[in-house]
Design a protein around this ligand. Structure first.
Ligand code: FE2
Length: 186
């Protein structure tokens, strides 16, 4: 197996064991959205998409929401923590230094964006929350918390992707009507 294949396999193995049920789905779904938004995405962007939330899958390294008063601060530390874990994995697979640094940059900025490439990663992650995670998040966190998370995620999306999200259907029709009402009343 080549070095990149080694990294992808390790990411998949770790995320498969995540206590957050939707993490394996979200990892692959973010990659799918990345390729929809940028069919020419390079290998480091693909690795970043698959592994951007990896810290959540490692119980003794994940950061906890309750330790941060501010949600954006929590998300920034989450991004940096995932970047560090991916750096270790890539070094363990003997990936070239420039590629390791590139993935570190992409993942540590995936919540906020910053340049053209990292913006695509941020958008793919943000839209995947609505496409893949939202029903799971709703079951776990209830109405108020899900509303806040939805509005936070929706505001981050560019207008063209906001228009896509509004049309998403959910099996849970209560969630679907709530999500549409939150977005419409924002
Ligand atoms: Fe994510």
């Amino acid at each position: 197996m080549d070095n990149i294949g080694c990294v992808k396999k390790k990411i998949e193995e770790i995320i498969k064991k995540s206590p957050v049920l939707e993490d394996p789905i979200h990892s692959k779904n973010t990659l799918e959205w990345l390729l929809k938004l940028n069919p020419d995405a390079d290998e480091t962007l693909k690795i970043a998409a698959l592994g951007h939330d990896i810290e959540r899958a490692i119980e003794d390294r994940k950061i906890k929401r309750k330790d941060y008063r501010d949600y954006d601060e929590f998300k920034d530390v989450h991004a940096l923590n995932s970047a560090k874990i991916l750096e270790e994995i890539m070094k363990g697979c003997n990936v070239r230094k420039e590629l390791v640094e590139d993935v570190f940059f992409l993942v540590s900025h995936h919540e906020t964006g910053g340049d053209r490439r990292v913006d695509v990663l941020r958008d793919a992650d943000s839209i995947s929350f609505f496409h893949a995670n939202l029903p799971y998040y709703f079951v776990r966190n209830g109405v108020e918390e899900t509303k806040n998370r939805c509005l936070w995620g929706y505001r981050k999306l560019p207008k063209n992707l906001q228009e896509v999200v509004v049309k998403f259907n959910y099996k849970d029709k209560k969630l679907e009507s709530l999500a549409r009402a939150w977005i419409a009343g924002r």
